[in-house]
Write a protein that binds this ligand. Sequence first.
Ligand SMILES: [Zn+2]
Ligand SMILES: [Zn+2]
Length: 144
Amino acid sequence: MVRTGGCYCQAIRYELSDDNARDFSVCYCEGCKYASSSHTMNLRTESDKITITKGTPKVYLDTKTLSGKPMERKFCGDCGVALWSEPAALPGKAFLKVGTLDDKSGLNILVEVFCSNALRPYEPMPKGKHPQLTLGAGSAEFEH
Ligand SMILES: [Zn+2]
Ligand SMILES: [Zn+2]
């Protein structure tokens, strides 16, 4: 199954060819606050499963991550929308912003990360259905 998506102004379009990309994480890191005002929802996939079909994303090398590990943030230079990120600590992995998909259906929440950094009064989702990792605990903690 190929999912399509792009930025808000449609200058950037992409195709995602990853049948296994159904689980997303919610990230409350500082970078995501700047990208979205609060948090982001990120679909786990691999860089080579994303094919850019229109335009060229700009790349910001984020060296101010809470984890201390650098990350490439891909975004549209025209409308400024964040598209996906590629953490240096996870070679080949990409975290695609769910909101940029044309069809956002059929996806499941896997984990919330950097919960202790969530912007109040916004609270992470009720506990019990998926792991909620606080800052500094757990190997899956990388900014998205
Ligand atoms: Zn984040
Ligand atoms: Zn755009």
